[in-house]
Each structure stands twice: as C-alpha cells, then as structure tokens.
Design a protein around this ligand. Sequence first.
Ligand code: ZN
Length: 140
Amino acid sequence: MKEELQNKLAENFPFMIGRNVFTGKIIYDKNGKTSGAYCECHDGWFQLIYDCCKEIKESYEKNGYDITIDTIMPFQIKEKYGTLNMYFNCSEEAHAIISKYEDMSETVCEFCGEDGKLRNMSGWYKTLCENCFIEKNKIY
Ligand SMILES: [Zn+2]
C-alpha cells in the first residue's frame, strides 16, 4: 500500500504507527520521523482497513478499555489467497471486528476499492472488480 495511505491510518489511529513487531518499539527513520504500519496489500483495501480501525477504536471506547500502542498492536496486515488478513494483538471484541472486515474483503477490489469478487486466475487468487480483472489478465 502507498506510504501516504499507511501514514494516513497512523495519523487517524495512533496504534497504526510503524513498529518493530518483535519488540513493539516505534520505528524512527534517520530524520526521527515515524510512519504508518506496513500494509502488504494494494490501495483498494485502504477504506476497509480504515473502517476496521475506526470500529476497533469505538469498541475499545464502548468497553472502557485504554487505547494505547500497547493495548492495540497490528503485527501483520497482508493479502493472502486473495483476501485481507490482519493480525493484531487486541481485545476479543476487536478480533471479531477484524474477522468481519477480512470477510468483507472478498467483495472489494484490492486494486481500486470497487465492488469485486474472489477470482481464481490459474491458481492465483485475487479479489478484483471486472475492470481490474481484465486489466490484470492482460499483464499476467
Ligand atoms: Zn478494481
């Protein structure tokens, strides 16, 4: 995903800041700047991830849980077998929210965010809209 979009997630949801997934420590670049957590998928799923983070935040607020970088930590966000997979250390309620968005990714084009469906392209799974499917078939 574009760095700009990853940064946008971290700006809105501080727990989405880029971290070392083993130590949990925030990563600073050589200029002392932070960035958003790495999302190994294309930009079409930005809105799904954004909405998921928003719902996680609301769930924490509703349950009276603290929202800190220690109580919610994404450790991997990626495309796997054509769908969105998000691995977080978070509350049980938040895990249920994440599952819901993972399921929703089967209907959202990973490239452009339009309505899509899970397609098998000779054993290679991708969730794509009609246009992106035609476009990708030309390339691959
Ligand atoms: Zn598309």
